[in-house]
Design a protein around this ligand. Structure first.
Ligand code: B12
Length: 270
């Protein structure tokens, strides 16, 4: 097709079907073709992200790099070496494994990497997390949480990190996965001695799932509140509905759970 006609078609889709246009941009097609640069991301490079997020420690940075490269075996080997050298497994998850996936996700967001790379990095990170969890072993549980991603949302990388950090801090985590309905959360809460539900979402369209779940757990008098996190969630949003608290990071969820076990309610926690 002649270049002018192609560009006219691109412009037509942008004006007539902005949703489709944005999806193409999201999927990297328009970026790949050089038709558009992601807004505000023009100057971003892999090197800049690495400089921003990678740890200074060389051995930790090597773990982050192997996660970024999506090399599960190499990641596992490096993590095992560090565990054998006496490094704290929780510190390894937060400061060696997580920076690798963070850079990959930032690159994806900037149109510098694509779905397969995300999935490979996630797989490498999960390999490392498993070794860290094995090292921590079966500490007697301080209390049970249920972990889920809101209905309609498939983003579970952050939820998995959060679950790993909760486990590392001595809590039993019942992970019921992503794209979870409020009824499934309720059922899990009813069937187990759950003290707190940890829900997340990364998309604005799926935020209502957190509201519905929090209200249902209250309506059914379960006595269980929802700690809400994930990139699409803010304190201002969570403060608009009952029976929920905003937790910014996995570590903040750990502190929230500790307070819940001491009998603090969502009203007090806010
Ligand atoms: C990776 C990714 C994907 C992967 C997901 C793989 C997976 N298994 O999770 C894939 C490629 C599949 C994907 C698909 C889509 N994605 Co996407 N994706 C991302 C991306 C690049 C990174 C998200 C991520 O994992 N970050 C790394 C983790 C570690 O960070 P995190 O989740 O924020 O978690 C941290 C905190 O938030 C917190 N946290 C997380 N969970 C929890 C839970 C609790 C309880 C607590 C306390 C804390 C907490 O702790 C974590 C560690 O610090 C973001 C953009 C971005 N840079 O954020 C877009 C993004 C989330 N995706 C987006 C979109 C639109 C989509 C798609 C609709 C794209 C499409 N056109 O198909 C689909 C969604 C399909 C669906 N139904 O869900 C949008 C959402 C926009 C919006 N606000 O609504 C984003 C923001 C991209 C953008 N800039 O537009 N995506």
């Amino acid at each position: 097709m002649h270049m002018d006609i192609l560009m006219q078609n691109v412009e037509r889709v942008r004006l007539e079907d902005p949703t489709k246009f944005n999806r193409l941009v999201q999927e990297g097609m328009a970026i790949e073709l050089g038709i558009i640069q992601p807004a505000g991301k023009k100057e971003k490079t892999k090197e800049k992200f690495i400089a921003e997020f990678f740890p200074n420690d060389k051995k930790y940075a090597a773990v982050a790099q192997s996660v970024l490269d999506g090399k599960r075996k190499i990641t596992e080997g490096l993590v095992k070496e560090l565990i054998d050298a006496g490094k704290d497994p929780v510190d390894l998850v937060t400061n060696a494994l997580m920076p690798g996936i963070t850079v990959q996700c930032e690159m994806y967001d900037a149109g510098l990497s694509f779905v397969p790379e995300i999935l490979m990095s996630n797989d490498a990170m999960q390999g490392g997390i498993k070794l860290c969890q094995d090292k921590i072993g079966n500490v007697p549980s301080k209390g049970t949480v249920v972990s889920f991603v809101a209905e309609g949302d498939l983003h579970d990388i952050g939820k998995n990190i959060c679950a790993a950090i909760m486990r590392a801090n001595g809590f039993k985590v019942i992970d019921i996965g992503r794209d979870v309905s409020k009824d499934k959360v309720l059922q899990t809460v009813k069937e187990n001695d759950v003290k707190l539900a940890c829900g997340s979402t990364l998309m604005s369209t799926t935020k209502p799932g957190l509201i519905d779940t929090s209200l249902l757990l209250e309506l059914e008098k379960t006595g269980v509140s929802v700690a809400c996190g994930g990139a699409a969630v803010s304190k201002a949003f969570v403060d608009t509905f009952r029976n929920a608290v905003y937790t910014k990071s996995p570590l903040e969820t750990v502190h929230t759970m500790e307070k819940v076990l001491k009998g603090e309610t969502w009203e007090k926690l806010r």
